[in-house]
Design a protein around this ligand. Structure first.
Ligand SMILES: [Zn+2]
Length: 124
């Protein structure tokens, strides 16, 4: 856990308990596997519950206060981009016969990951 951990702002605060504005759970877009994760409400470091082919990037992240801005992410398009990136990573990680093919698949995976990451701007 250090300053390099990405900061993540919840896009959804689940039903606030009476007298507890921060809610009971927060939903976030994971900056590692690009799936939605749910954590107990509260700022601070969390260990992500990553799954899928992109999960190997996992370290940890820091939850920051929800700021009440509406969620504008096109989740359907983002999920499609995520599935594409997952397929690209699986293809990249298979043994390749030629270095040229390995290089091409690595580049395609990198581009696909960048495309899905672009859906989720990080708080500064
Ligand atoms: Zn994750």
């Amino acid at each position: 856990m250090n300053d390099d951990c990405p900061k993540v702002r919840p896009f959804k605060v689940n039903p606030p308990r009476r007298g507890r504005d921060e809610g009971t759970t927060w939903e976030i877009d994971c900056p590692f596997c690009f799936r939605v994760h749910t954590h107990g409400a509260g700022i601070g470091a969390r260990v992500p519950h990553c799954s899928g082919p992109l999960a190997s990037f996992t370290t940890s992240y820091v939850l920051v206060e929800p700021d009440g801005t509406p969620d504008t992410v096109d989740r359907k398009a983002a999920a499609k981009a995520r599935r594409r990136a997952e397929r690209a990573v699986v293809a990249r990680d298979r043994p390749q016969r030629s270095p040229a093919m390995a290089e091409r698949l690595a580049r395609e995976a990198e581009e696909a990951i960048a495309a899905v990451a672009a859906f989720f701007p990080r708080p500064s």
